[in-house]
Design a protein around this ligand. Structure first.
Ligand code: PLP
Length: 427
């Protein structure tokens, strides 16, 4: 089939807009009449810096990121690398705060260094906690990474969605049941669980900042729903996402970091101190302050991937004068059309997550005909593919069908899928 005949519902990498790819293909051969392609130019060149700065500015504009308080960095860690980066950076920030407090308690400049380290060590052992809200496979992986890096004694499973849903993901535990620690180094959640089709309907109010501006240090993985709805950025200390679903191509990851968490490396806990405290030392490439200080160019960055992300953002800004609110309305409409088609045939389709936590981005369902799931799903996939509706197979860990309804799926694509869902049920 040709590109034009296909609507690709894969979970990531996702389809990219064809006009963006055409522009990028030309840029790969010859960027702006320089005779050299965008992937060949130095990442230290002025044109590379311009591409980074424009993409940052367009992202900030589209999402209304308050750039006075937040730094946007491009990295190559992937979402998985950010699971580790979140731990390293926010444990570092927590230790730095405790260190400063203990030094002042023990007499400021005159404080005895050995006494400071001993007190800090005791405080780490008694108070260091990272809270994880686990609502699906990705937040589970992030939680497991924190346990792997720090040891289980420092990591608090504040909520586990499986405990309220027969051992499976599909619901978000009521916020009143979350067991949040006092002054946690971070509270982590995944805004949209790509595998399980579970999305937070809105920012969890229990994590909202207090009137005096203080509040929990909130970290969110928005890999699979960023750019699809408005985000109250100022409620977060860190938001991260890989580009490969709603932003661009595989190979670049974005972190939006609160600037107050980026003290100069010289005032962060030194490797020697972390060693004494028995805490892990961050790889330099995962240190947000280092990357931010170098405008994302501490080491070689794929400028081509940043360029594609930049072109996607320019297209979004052209398409939606009201920026992300415009895309949000379309995303909701597309999701509603698909869910409505499924709900119209309860005898054939079973939507996996609870209605209160249904994702607009990853629509997960089972197909049952004549009492047979496996056969029905095989036939569903085969017939959908024949009609150009591809990439619908669910994640290998959970099976079923998953329609990933990212920004690059046009309204007509969602409508076509809904018509197919209806026709398949009736056939
Ligand atoms: N977080 C979420 C929500 C994801 O969907 C994914 C990948 O699909 C990841 C993290 C991991 O991203 P990566 O494969 O870039 O490490």
């Amino acid at each position: 089939p040709t590109r034009a005949e296909i609507t690709y519902f894969g979970a990531g990498p996702a389809a990219l807009p064809t006009d963006v790819l055409e522009t990028a293909a030309q840029a790969l051969l010859d960027y702006n009449g320089t005779g050299l392609g965008i992937a060949e130019h130095s990442h230290r060149s002025e044109l590379a810096t311009n591409i980074i700065n424009e993409a940052k500015a367009d992202l900030a504009s589209y999402l209304d990121i308050p750039t006075g308080d937040y730094e946007v960095v491009f990295m190559q860690a992937g979402g998985t690398g950010e699971f580790s980066a979140a731990v390293y950076n926010l444990v570092g920030a927590w230790v730095a705060r405790q260190h400063a407090a203990i030094v002042s308690e023990l007499g400021g400049d005159k404080a005895d260094e050995a006494a400071v380290v001993a007190a800090l060590r005791a405080r780490v052992e008694s108070d260091l906690k990272l809270d994880y809200i686990v609502t699906g496979g990705w937040s589970l992986k992030a939680y497991q990474e924190a346990v792997r890096l720090l040891g289980p004694e420092y990591v608090n499973l504040a909520a586990d969605a499986r405990t309220i849903n027969d051992g499976k993901f599909g619901k978000i535990p009521d916020q009143s049941t979350w067991k949040l620690s006092k002054d946690a180094a971070l509270v982590y959640y995944c805004d949209n669980e790509t595998v399980d089709g579970v999305e937070f309907p809105e920012f969890p109010s229990v994590l909202a900042p207090r009137a005096d501006g203080s509040g929990p240090i909130v970290v969110a993985d928005m890999s699979s729903n960023i750019l699809s709805r408005r985000v109250p950025v100022e409620n977060f200390s860190l938001i991260f996402f890989g580009a490969q679903k709603n932003l661009g191509s595989t190979g670049v990851t974005v972190a939006v970091v609160r600037k107050s968490l980026l003290p100069p490396v010289t005032s962060q806990p030194s490797p020697a101190l972390l060693r004494k405290l028995g805490l892990p030392i961050p790889p330099i490439i995962l240190q947000y302050e280092t990357i931010a200080r170098n405008n994302s160019l501490y080491n070689t960055l794929s400028i081509f991937d940043v360029y594609i992300a930049g072109q996607v953002l320019k297209k979004l800004l052209r398409t939606y004068p009201d920026k992300v609110d415009g895309q949000q309305a379309v995303s909701e409409k597309k999701a509603n059309i698909i869910y409505a088609a499924l709900e119209a045939h309860p005898e054939v389709y079973r939507i996996v997550p609870d209605k209160s936590a249904r994702s607009r981005m990853n629509i997960c369902f089972r197909v049952i005909k004549n009492g047979n799931i496996d056969e029905a799903e095989k036939t569903f996939l085969k017939e959908a593919t024949a009609q150009g509706l591809t990439g619908l197979k669910g994640h290998r860990s959970v099976g079923g069908i998953r329609a990933s309804n990212y920004n690059s799926i046009p309204l007509e694509g969602a409508e076509k899928l809904a018509r197919f869902i209806d026709a398949f049920a009736k056939a």
